[in-house]
Design a protein around this ligand. Sequence first.
Ligand SMILES: [Zn+2]
Length: 212
Amino acid sequence: MTERLYFLSDSLIAEVEVLACTATAEGYAVELRATPFHPQGGGQPSDTGWIGTAEVQRVVQDGERILHQVNRPLQPGRVLARVDEQRRRLHARLHSAGHLIGHIGETHGWQPVKAHHWPGEGKIEFVPGLEPRPLDGAALQAHFDALVEADLPLHSEVDAAGQRQVRFGEDVARYACGGTHVRSTRTVGQLSVLGLKEKKGRLLVSYDMAGA
Ligand SMILES: [Zn+2]
């Protein structure tokens, strides 16, 4: 089981231990004892970066293990790893925006059930809660802007079951989440609501971020 350093720390540089390196069709798959790299999943693309001199092109979950696809072989042992900061920041902004949109939907009686936070493809799907009320793009944008302006700090804690609970400020909905986040909402930046429609009783919001 790979320990997930990014769960408790935003540090993008870590000394890691290479446990195994296996040749694959695309290059090499590297297993670390503990990793600062967020793997693809939970609606987010994976981090990229470097392990020693090897470039990390993609990171995936394989059961309890996290595998790093790299372009050259690595020897077992300790080495420095570095997560690509620009890409991490962008994904954290897009994903954190998803938390805020999910919360805004909930305040209108909608439950978020699916989320996809890839650049240029941001999408959140809601099902009706108890008393769903219409939500239009202007109201969503205004509420989002207010949450960003309030610069609400990130709260992240791992509960007794080992699940990480994440929320912004005191009043924004809390979600069980293994993703990467901004430290406070102002860093999320400017939202563009690309589409908002009700289809077959579901509410679909598609979005992007300025500078994404
Ligand atoms: Zn999250």
